[in-house]
Structures are given as structure tokens and as C-alpha cells.
Design a protein around this ligand. Structure first.
Ligand code: GCU
Length: 412
């Protein structure tokens, strides 16, 4: 009877700053035996693996480390894409000979100039590769898609072609000397509670030696980003040391987990990733653990929902996820019109990751003051909030391109 009552009393989102209760964050530099980490070496050898493992156990599930023999097929190369400024490649990645249905369709744009290897932004898309640019040569995904423009009964239609183009300013990215790689997250797992049944978590479970419930949709999406990186490392035109992982919203959560899980990602960009992404869970504002695990139980390992009524019992908070990315450059972005993602909670999370960056001699945000809109701040951890709604805009990309320009060794 008691537990039924508890269920009935579940909280809705708090959207009033005045009603945010006090909270105490775990200190990323305090070890489980109460010692304080003071050097980058101690962080890398002792604390980082410990914290990473806590995220595996309580939030995203185990990250499979078993190597696969991935194969790929380049289906189409168009050297005259975007008015001959870019080469567009459509590539299929296969993970097992026995189940060719476990495949990823990678869409890759590389600038024709400069001729040398270039840094590449990698990010998953929400509605299929056909949605990022209107190009009839890109097949429309046949997978399950969530609601959106050009999506009818969870299937993409012709009307979805280029419907997300404003979130993917490919021409600008190319003209600045960067490449862009993207794939549809639904190739990996349909974004619904039973999506795992037909997705990679089921298809690859034997090969990866992991049961579907040992990880999560977020886990397998992040894992797929790492496999796309495996391909990019083999592409002669890509600078393998400059693959920058980027994601918006739920895909921003996955980008952060990919960046934390795989040190090969040279930079991580979280665009309005919110709860379970960059935003602090203990700060009760906007979406919370209770709500996210109720709507999207498949995104996380089952244990995560146990903290819905008591986030303070969780041994981690999201500033520790951001800290796992240290010392690599990290960009966290919010939007004023997206209070659900808790912009201030994203800012504070970035702020409290800074002590770990400082161990490496890298400055983070360098301020405690929540910035005004369109006033990016920070060095190795950078943050902005912009006016406008939950989205990826030209303004956001301009900041990411500038940030990349500052930190990529082989910048154009
Ligand atoms: C929902 C969800 C968020 C998520 C967002 C998105 O709003 O509650 O956690 O980030 O969808 O992916 O757009």
C-alpha cells in the first residue's frame, strides 16, 4: 500500500528558480576512501576509472569493450557535392557477417579543399540521413522514427528530406575546412521502450558478450558513435585525431557518454542535452530523473530510476560525467526557451567539472556568473546560452566552429 501511494505522489517538473531546494554535489576529486585527488595522474589512474564505472553501473550501463571485425561498403561517392566544394560519401558499416541487418548508414561530407586530412564533426541525427540535406540520392530511412516533420506513423516520408537542414549547416562546415559525418540513431535502436528487441543490443549481444539489460539505448547509441569513429579513422581524408563528437538533446546525452567512454574523441559538444546529459540531477529544476525514466525507461540502465525519488543517493552527478571528458575541449550549450533542459543546471555542471580540468592545467569556464544570452564563456570548457527555443541553430554552430578552430591542431 505504501509503495502505491509513493508512486501516486510522483513529482512534476519544477520550473521556478525560487523553488529549487538546496542540494550538495559529490566532489569529483574525493575518492571513495575520502582522500583528495591532487594530480592529473591520480585522476587518470584512480579516480577517473572509479567514476566512469559508477556511471556504467547506475546510469548508462556497461560499455562493451570487445573488439569486432567491422566491415564497410562505400555505396556512393559524389566528388561534386555542394557545388563541387565537397565530396559526399554514403557508407554502410557492418558488424557481423551472420546478421547483415545490424548496419549503420554513414553520410560523410568532406571539403575538397584543403586536400589534406581534415577535422570532422560526428553526430547522430533524429530522422534519418535524408533529413539533414535535401539530396534525392540519399535513401529515406525505413526504420522507426519519432514524431517530427515529414514523419507519418513513425516512418519517414519524402517530405522529411532536408527537413532538419537548419540544424546541419553542412555548407558552412565545409567552407570552414571541416568534414561532417552523421548517421540515424534509429539504425542502432528504435527510440521506444521495446526498441532493444530488434536493435543492436539484441542483434549483437553474443558478439559483444553483453545482455540487452546490462546496458541501455543511450549506451548503444554512444557505442555506435565509437564505431563510426572506427570508420573515420580509416578514411584517408579524415584527421583521426580530430574527430569532434556533437549531439543535440537526447543525442547530446549520447554524445557525452561517447566522449566519456572513448578518449579518441578530440572534442565533445553537448547542445541542450539536459537531464541525463549535461544538467545536474540534484538541482531540481526542469526535467528530473523521475520524469525522464518514466517517459524513456529504455534510455538508461534499470537502476537509474531507483534514484527518481532521491537523486541525492546517486553516487554521481552530471558534472562528473563532464569531468570524464577532461582534458579534452568540451562545449556545453543551452537555450533560454528550453527551461526543460535546465540551462542553469547545465552551466553549473560545466562549472563544477572545472577542478578536474585544472588538474591538467586547463582552464574551464573561469566564472561563477551565469552569462547573459549570446555571451559564450570559457576556455577548455565553454558555455553559452542563447535566446530562442530547443533547437540547433546557426548561432550554435558558429560557436562550435570557432571553438574547434581554437583547439584543433590541424585547423584550416
Ligand atoms: C524530451 C526529453 C529530453 C530530451 C528531449 C529531446 O524532451 O524529456 O530529455 O533531451 O526530449 O531529445 O529532444
Amino acid at each position: 500500500f505504501l509503495s502505491i501511494q509513493a508512486t501516486a505522489q510522483r513529482k512534476e517538473a519544477n520550473l521556478s528558480e525560487a523553488n529549487v531546494p538546496a542540494y550538495t554535489l559529490p566532489d569529483p576529486l574525493r575518492t571513495k576512501d575520502g582522500k583528495v585527488i591532487t594530480t592529473a595522474q591520480q585522476w587518470t589512474q584512480i579516480q577517473r576509472p572509479y567514476i566512469y564505472h559508477l556511471f556504467e553501473e547506475h546510469v548508462y550501463g556497461r560499455f562493451p569493450r570487445k573488439a569486432l571485425s567491422m566491415t564497410y561498403k562505400v555505396n556512393r561517392v559524389d566528388p561534386y557535392a555542394l557545388d563541387s566544394t565537397a565530396t559526399c560519401k554514403q557508407i554502410t558499416l557492418y558488424f557481423t557477417k551472420s546478421d547483415t541487418l545490424a548496419q549503420l548508414h554513414l553520410l560523410l561530407y568532406l571539403p575538397n579543399k584543403p586536400k589534406r586530412r581534415v577535422p570532422v564533426f560526428l553526430g547522430m541525427n533524429f530522422y534519418g540521413n535524408q533529413s539533414v540535406i535535401n539530396d534525392p540520392s540519399i535513401p529515406i530511412t525505413t526504420g522507426y522514427t519519432v514524431k517530427g516533420p515529414g514523419i507519418v506513423d513513425n516512418r519517414a516520408t519524402e517530405a522529411s528530406r532536408g527537413a532538419q537542414a537548419s540544424q546541419w549547416p553542412i555548407k558552412d562546415i565545409i567552407s570552414r575546412g571541416y568534414g561532417l559525418a552523421t548517421f540515424f540513431y534509429g539504425d542502432v535502436e528504435a527510440d521506444k521502450p521495446d526498441g532493444w528487441q530488434t536493435g543492436f543490443r539484441t542483434r549483437l549481444q553474443e558478439l559483444l558478450d553483453i545482455r540487452p539489460e546490462e546496458w541501455s539505448a543511450m549506451g548503444v547509441w554512444a557505442w555506435a558513435l565509437c564505431r563510426a569513429l572506427d570508420y573515420l579513422e580509416m578514411d584517408k581524408r579524415v584527421d583521426p585525431d580530430q574527430v569532434l563528437v556533437m549531439g543535440h538533446s537526447r543525442l547530446g546525452k549520447a554524445a557525452l557518454w561517447a566522449g566519456a567512454s572513448d578518449p579518441r574523441f578530440a572534442m565533445v559538444i553537448s547542445n541542450e542535452s539536459g537531464e541525463g546529459g549535461a544538467a545536474l540531477s540534484r538541482r531540481d529544476y526542469g526535467e528530473n530523473i523521475e520524469l525522464i525514466t518514466r517517459s524513456f525507461p529504455h534510455w538508461f540502465v534499470a537502476d537509474y530510476k531507483n534514484y527518481g525519488s532521491n537523486p541525492a543517493a546517486l553516487p554521481v552527478d552530471q558534472h562528473m560525467l563532464l569531468a570524464l571528458i577532461a582534458p579534452r575541449p568540451l562545449y556545453v550549450a543551452s537555450a533560454e526557451g528550453d527551461q526543460w533542459s535546465d540551462p542553469k543546471g547545465e552551466f553549473l555542471s560545466a562549472r563544477y567539472a572545472e577542478p578536474v580540468y585544472l588538474l591538467f592545467g586547463k582552464r574551464g569556464l573561469g566564472t561563477d556568473t551565469f552569462p547573459r544570452p549570446q555571451q559564450p564563456t570559457g576556455e577548455f570548457i565553454r558555455y553559452h546560452i542563447r535566446t530562442g527555443k530547443h533547437d540547433v541553430t546557426a548561432y550554435d554552430w558558429e560557436q562550435y566552429l570557432q571553438f574547434a578552430g581554437k583547439h584543433c591542431d590541424s585547423r584550416p
